[in-house]
Design a protein around this ligand. Structure first.
Ligand code: NAD
Length: 286
């Protein structure tokens, strides 16, 4: 049997989640995706209308099939956690069963188990504010959407993950080096995500034989990155200063994820794997 992957954080064909889905599909995995509730309608209608057909193309010429799209809001663990104003919001009330617990229950009913969990989502409402200017609410929202969302997804999925399975998240060098402009507590959220990768590798490894790794990706002009506002500058900076002064493609992150999820990486867990043309290794720009 081929492996089954659940990829949380796919809402268009530009981001890392989409590229990871493609690489896993090319390696023979069955693809399930979790799409942020407010982005669900547009994503599903674009998918239906063939808007992504060109970018669904796999190396063998076939088109990536997404077996099922699940609405998901990873800042809520269970229905009781959803505030009234969100419940009644037009963008949410049209969908159901989108808290983490309900999504996992639905996946279990639909398919029984998964092998690969990918977390490719982040949100920091105050990302454009410096850390000094970030409110408590904004900071906690960044950590809730970008870090605890992974803890929660793994915690709920791990009971239905087959032993030998793997999980992967996406992080950014701003967790360990100063990247002015990556504000709102997002740098803190990525530091938490990387630390949790180690602790969860131990816990999920001992208890469930599941590996936990994170990819520290270089800059990509995704929808989320464009919202931060400095992505073109970061791409230019990398092109000028990285050991490999070349464009970074989402496919390269996708291929690394496929490797990390495969038996080729059977002894790799608790790792932060840099896929950034080597930029992390530089001490100064040149
Ligand atoms: P993206 O916009 O493709 O992905 C982010 C996704 O998160 C979106 O689909 C969005 O709908 C979803 N999302 C936001 N809040 C959510 C919630 N509460 N519940 C469920 N989904 C939610 O952008 P991306 O840049 O590919 O981001 C994917 C991951 O890669 C993120 O963790 C990001 O921090 C990381 N990353 C990105 C870059 C970059 O330069 N783009 C660099 C390093 C790491």
């Amino acid at each position: 049997r081929g492996k089954r992957a659940f990829i949380a954080g796919v809402a268009d064909d530009n981001g890392y989640g989409w590229a990871i889905a493609k690489s896993l599909a090319a390696a023979g995995a069955e693809i399930l995706v979790g799409t942020w509730v407010p982005a669900l309608n547009i994503f599903e209608s674009n998918l239906r209308r063939g808007k992504f057909d060109e970018s669904r193309k796999l190396p063998d010429g076939s088109l990536m099939e997404i077996t099922k799209v699940y609405p998901l809001d990873a800042v809520y663990d269970k229905p009781e956690d959803v505030p009234e104003d969100v419940k009644t919001n037009k963008r949410y009330s049209g969908s159901s069963n989108w808290t983490v617990q309900e999504v996992v229950e639905t996946v279990k009913q639909d398919f029984g188990s998964i092998d690969i969990l990918v977390h490719s989502l982040a949100n920091g409402p105050e990302v454009s504010k410096s850390l000094l200017e970030t409110s408590r609410k904004g900071y906690l929202a960044a950590v809730s959407a970008s870090s605890y969302s992974f803890v929660s997804l793994l915690k709920h999925f791990v009971p239905i993950m087959n032993p030998g399975g793997a999980s992967i998240s996406l992080t950014y060098i701003a967790s360990e080096r100063i990247i002015p402009g990556y504000g709102g507590g997002m740098s803190s959220a990525k530091a938490a995500l990387e630390s949790d990768t180690r602790v969860l590798a131990f816990e999920a490894g001992r208890k469930h034989k599941i590996r936990v790794n994170t990819i520290s990706a270089g800059p990509l002009g995704s929808r989320a990155a464009k919202a931060i506002g400095f992505i073109d500058m970061m791409i230019d900076y990398s092109l000028t200063n990285a050991p490999l002064p070349r464009e970074l493609t989402a496919e390269e992150i996708g291929n690394t994820a496929a490797f990390l999820a495969s038996p080729l990486a059977s002894a790799i867990t608790g790792a932060v794997v840099y896929v950034d043309n080597g930029l992390n290794a530089m001490g100064v720009g040149v």
